[in-house]
Design a protein around this ligand. Sequence first.
Ligand SMILES: [Zn+2]
Length: 413
Amino acid sequence: MIITTQINQQRLWRTIHELGKIGAGSNDAEGVTRLALSLEDLEARQYIIELMEESGLDVRVDVVGNIIGKLEGKDKFAPVVMTGSHVDTVYQGGLFDGALGVLGAIEAVRSIKESGIELSHSIEVVSFTDEEGTRFGTGYIGSKAMTGYLDQATLQLKDANGITYQEAFKQAGFDSKQYKQAIRKPEELKAYLEMHIEQGKVLEEHELAVGVVTNIQGPVWLEVTLNGYPDHAGATPMNMRKDASLAMAEVMLEVERISTTYQGVGTVGKIHVEPGGVNVIPGRAVFSIDLRHGDKELRTKMMEEVTTAVKKIGEQREIGAEIDMKKAVDPAICSESIVHILEESCDELDIPTMKLPCGAGHDSLMMTKVTEMGMIFVRSKDGISHNPKEWTDQEDCVIGTQVLLQALVKLAK
Ligand SMILES: [Zn+2]
């Protein structure tokens, strides 16, 4: 066993619970809710800034609110090793999604600093703005800005209260008009390494605390609007209806069929039917489709088939059908050398592990556009996430963070 230095287990666990109190039970809801740029999110950011400062990192916040804490290496001009995740959450999320990656990274780098290990490369811990995309319907905002993929159109998107991204940034004290200033050039970065909870059951099934990610399935988000006619539910015979709900149900079954055929995954998770009366035929249905596949070409084929199905169902039922693409993130392959470093780190620490693909989207998807990327997965209890029941044992958080530390030392030495 080659241990460079041990992390502080209690400190890591304490910070996970301290951060988890922010946004807990807000609006009388269960779980943790810290939507991007909300008051809860801003409080969480303040907590992260203070924790980074207390850990001896040089902290700065960029124009779109990415918090960056730096441990300076001996060679100031060497490319930086970056690690982190996000602290925003979905509605009624849990303690670990995103938070573990940020707090684990702070703990690992703090332990490196305290142990006096000298590194050539600087390490930057980053807490990205709005990874989840819950509030404005599109995510990875901080990592998009950092990699040069944010645009004006995205900043004009509105939340449920009609507030644009740009206004929300302004209210939070950020000058998002200058978003291009957040861009980091490929030559500035050596690698990006993210630790995240698995959000699935594979590690649990294999009785492993940690896994090494090989690739990430990028999501495509479509929004479908079906326009029928809201007639009376009693006075309109079945053959005279233009029922948007029934058309939606057909599309949903097609999404299942197409996803199964391509061995990808497809989900209709958000539906809205108008006018929403018990005795009124639904005249309008608006719903989301989330499609994912590890292979970009096959994902494109899935999307094409879904689009054809929507049009065909609309024509057959004489219902207007529109499809709007809300988000498309390319699938990504993890860096072979980082996969190797992570396996080697587990080996040195006598931690059994396995390689696995990643089904969820992460900031690492964006970072792979500018640098070598790798991910460590930590076991999720029952595979539950985006839910108050989301759980990862203390021991697993500690093992994941210890592997992160080991790999960071190797990358930055
Ligand atoms: Zn996450």
